[in-house]
Design a protein around this ligand. Structure first.
Ligand SMILES: Nc1nc2c(ncn2[C@@H]2O[C@H](COP(=O)(O)OP(=O)(O)O)[C@@H](O)[C@H]2O)c(=O)[nH]1
Ligand SMILES: [Mg+2]
Length: 201
């Protein structure tokens, strides 16, 4: 389980910094989410969609998206005193998969963003975290114009393991994004405890 302790006050106030990945398909709202919740000016690397890129990046049904993240988003949020999260928005395109293995080293867990209009776009991310037993929550970014599905329907459509949380959210909204992250931290905490008990029992 990846975290670092930074002790700035001689052992009085030990701060935990946890690493969280934000994954999901192209245009699902990863950059938006990291930007909405981050207390520091989010670092992002975007490039204008090149003409060549446009044939690769299917922008149908996306809201006037003209840039794409080629490296990743980075942000930080303090959940409560002594607990902050470092957020890494993973590259949303297949040609950047090779970056994920490095990014996922030491991560507590992941948020998989989903858009119910293109639910299949998050299958690769779901598979990726399931196969590596990295705890994740699915956050349905409720775009205007998208039919509202319940958490249960999304869970079934994605064939998630029982217990994997599905949260409806608005990636543009700070409180909504924070709620997703709190759910993830709680869920990942339960998963890690259960595995620990399994390994001693
Ligand atoms: N209406 C609406 N638009 C959103 C929402 N989240 C993101 N967007 C827009 O969708 C586009 C893609 O979002 P972005 O964060 O860049 O997606 P990324 O590729 O996953 O990083 C941007 O133009 C956002 O402004 C949302 O919850 N509602
Ligand atoms: Mg992005």
């Amino acid at each position: 389980m990846g975290f670092e302790r930074s002790d700035t006050t001689g052992g009085q106030n030990t701060a935990l910094a946890l690493k969280i990945l934000v994954a999901g398909g192209f245009g699902v709202g990863k950059t938006t989410l990291v930007g909405a919740v981050s207390e520091i000016r989010p670092l992002r690397t975007e490039e204008l969609l090149s003409e060549a890129g446009q044939t690769v990046d299917d922008t149908d049904g996306l809201d006037h998206k003209t840039t794409t993240t080629v490296a990743m988003d980075f942000g930080r949020i303090t959940i409560r005193a002594g607990l902050s999260l470092y957020l890494f928005g993973t590259p949303g395109q297949d040609r950047f998969w090779f970056l994920w293995d490095e990014l996922s080293q030491g991560a507590l867990g992941a948020v998989v963003l989903a858009d119910t209009r293109r639910l299949e776009d998050c299958f690769p991310a779901v598979d990726y975290f399931e196969h590596r037993s990295i705890p994740f929550v699915v956050a349905v970014n409720c775009f205007t114009g998208a039919r509202a599905y319940g958490a249960h329907e999304v869970s079934r459509a994605l064939d998630l393991d029982r217990g994997t949380p599905v949260v409806l959210c608005d990636a543009r909204d700070r409180d909504s994004g924070k709620e997703v992250l709190v759910r993830l931290v709680e869920y990942a905490g339960r998963m890690h405890t259960a595995r620990l008990l399994d390994s001693v029992g």
